[in-house]
Design a protein around this ligand. Structure first.
Ligand code: SAM
Length: 234
């Protein structure tokens, strides 16, 4: 996706943009490629691919949630900053926290946030299931793209969400995973609010956005330790 098509797609998504935001995205691309040569952040490196499969893909979350109504966002397992940093560029009002278990990625994100001069971004090197224990019911919105299967992801992410707040999972094909979450939702007091399937422009691969609402706080024994979550997913 070249920049011209990217801008057209921003307009289709009704995302307001400025020249400065587009410049920041360019600096993001350059910084990503520079650091990717030193530490492994992404296998996608061609500019048109990064614009489509990282930048545009991150912004598709706006198909299912209005970010203008969100104040605090936590992106779990953000890696190279997807979707968290891309959303922060286009929605600068967001108070963004990012958590990732991989310290190299957190160090890359620190350099990136400085370079892009982003304010109100907090980068946390920790495992989500450990950090959650002191951060229940805190965020309006939690996101995760390409981190784990949904039944595991719900236990990692839903505890962070405020009552009546949302967790949005960004996935490819997800029908089977979606059919396997009833127990996790029951135990963690969440419900599926909306599911949006669409094809990525140009390459046409399937994407699924799943939006969960938190009905009430979850029992304090969740999230469990990761070995337990993995061995016996809810
Ligand atoms: N979200 C990014 C994207 O879509 O490009 C990165 C995806 S990468 C495949 C998964 C990331 O999740 C890695 O950076 C990994 O360190 C992080 N991760 C996996 N499990 C995690 C956990 N339990 N807590 C925090 N980070 C985790």
């Amino acid at each position: 996706m070249n920049e011209k098509v990217f801008i057209k797609e921003l307009e289709t998504l009704n995302i307001l943009y400025t020249k400065e935001m587009l410049e920041k995205l360019n600096v993001y691309y350059e910084t990503l490629i520079y650091w990717n040569a030193k530490i492994n952040i992404t296998a996608i490196t061609k500019k048109e691919d990064v614009y489509l499969k990282h930048f545009y893909d991150s912004l598709t979350i706006t198909k299912i949630i209005d970010l203008n109504k969100i104040a605090s966002l936590l992106d779990v397992g953000s890696g190279g900053g997807f979707p968290g940093i891309v959303l922060k560029i286009f929605y600068p009002h967001l108070k963004l926290d990012i958590i990732d278990a991989n310290n190299k990625k957190i160090l890359f994100l620190k350099k990136l946030v400085e370079k892009l001069n982003l304010k109100d971004v907090n980068l946390i090197h920790s495992r989500a299931e450990e950090y959650a224990l002191n951060n229940y019911d805190k965020y309006d919105l939690v996101t995760a793209r390409a981190v784990a299967n949904l039944n595991i992801l719900l236990e990692l992410c839903l505890p962070f969400v405020k009552k009546d707040g949302f967790f949005v999972s960004l996935k490819g094909e997800a029908k089977e995973e979606v059919s396997n979450i009833n127990n996790a939702l029951l135990v963690l007091n969440g419900k599926t609010e909306d599911i949006c399937e669409f094809n990525l422009p140009i390459e046409e691969s399937l994407r699924t956005l799943i939006k969960f609402k938190k009905i009430n706080s979850n029992p304090s024994k969740y999230p469990r330790r990761y070995d337990k979550i993995k061995k016996r997913p809810l």
